[in-house]
Design a protein around this ligand. Structure first.
Ligand code: C2E
Ligand code: MG
Ligand code: MG
Ligand code: MG
Length: 277
């Protein structure tokens, strides 16, 4: 009986596996089609300078509108795009769209784009960026690339060279989700960067959790001592703003200021942008 039950469990497991694999393949196919069918859209979340409370730029956050599934968030599709290789053409599309916006805006606002691990380890990123910068003529300092610690640490030597090359071109580099990796401090030692983004997991409870308050405060101090700028992620309350301003955190981003929004809305909000031709 035990044996047949075991076999039954296995069959059940197998069926569940097949369903999961099937679902995965289905999503992968939908994703490839999505690029051709133009189902992706850039959303922008404002980044605010804390001292002046002015919008100084935005982070680019990808959205996928599927005709039946509706709006699918990046946490659901970026990992699949990454594994299937779609992230390369998709990431290229995101960068192209971003550079187009920067060139239309003619100055002043910065845009930050998330890079995936595969984009960092591949050979196509630098030639792509060189072409985009040449064709658009934008100020490279208005383009920021966000790299997570875990993406960079997959191949630290290579990432170090990549970041150096990016910065040699005048492109800004930020560490995303700072503090959530295994070796945040070695990252600071190893890589040349411009800014760190304190993960929202630390920001969330700065008012109530004394440990988080100390960690955030020390991280800002450390960054400044190294000559780096600091952006706090996931800011949702005025009390968090008061704390961060008190520690001289440079910039913040979060639902308190604005949720990620379509480009048109951001342009209206940021005001003085030149009207597109
Ligand atoms: P991330 O780069 O750390 O982006 C910040 C995430 O936090 C965004 O989620 C944003 O909507 C969310 N967020 C911002 N402010 C708040 C807040 O006050 N409270 C809370 N609870 N959340 C807030 P989103 O847009 O779902 O993106 C998730 C992740 O997907 C991003 O994390 C990034 O790693 C990835 N991603 C998004 N767009 C791209 C892309 O174009 N390329 C790549 N490779 N990854 C992307
Ligand atoms: Mg990011
Ligand atoms: Mg982040
Ligand atoms: Mg994240």
């Amino acid at each position: 009986a035990a044996k047949s039950q075991g076999r039954g469990n296995f069959q059940f497991f197998e069926a569940a596996m097949n369903a999961a694999t099937h679902e995965r393949l289905l999503m992968e196919n939908r994703l490839w089609q999505a690029l051709e069918r133009k189902e992706f859209e850039l959303y922008l979340q404002p980044q605010v300078e804390l001292a002046s409370r002015r919008v100084i730029g935005a982070e680019v956050l990808l959205r996928w509108h599927h005709p039946e599934l509706g709006m699918v968030g990046p946490d659901r599709f970026i990992p699949i795009a990454e594994e299937s290789g779609l992230i390369l053409p998709l990431g290229e599309w995101v960068l192209q769209q971003t550079v187009d916006l920067l060139s239309r805006w003619k100055g002043s606002l910065r845009l930050a784009v998330n890079l995936s691990a595969r984009q960092c380890s591949g050979v196509s990123l630098l030639p792509l960026l060189d072409r985009l910068l040449r064709e658009s003529g934008i100020d490279p300092a208005l383009l920021e690339l966000e790299i997570t610690e875990s993406a960079a640490m997959q191949d630290p030597e290579r990432s170090r060279d990549l970041l150096r090359e990016l910065r040699a071109r005048g492109i800004k580099v930020a560490i995303d989700d700072f503090g959530t990796g295994y070796s945040s401090l070695s990252y600071l030692k190893l890589f040349e960067i411009d800014r760190i983004k304190i993960d929202r997991g630390f920001v969330k409870d700065i008012e109530s959790d004394p440990n988080d308050a100390v960690i955030v405060s020390a991280t800002i101090g450390l960054a400044h001592s190294l000559g780096l700028g600091v952006v706090a992620e996931g800011v949702e309350t005025e009390a968090q703003v008061a704390f961060l301003r008190g520690k001289f955190c440079n910039e913040a981003q979060g639902y308190l200021f604005a949720r990620p929004m379509p480009v048109g809305e951001f342009e209206a909000l940021a005001g003085s942008l030149p009207v597109p031709a």
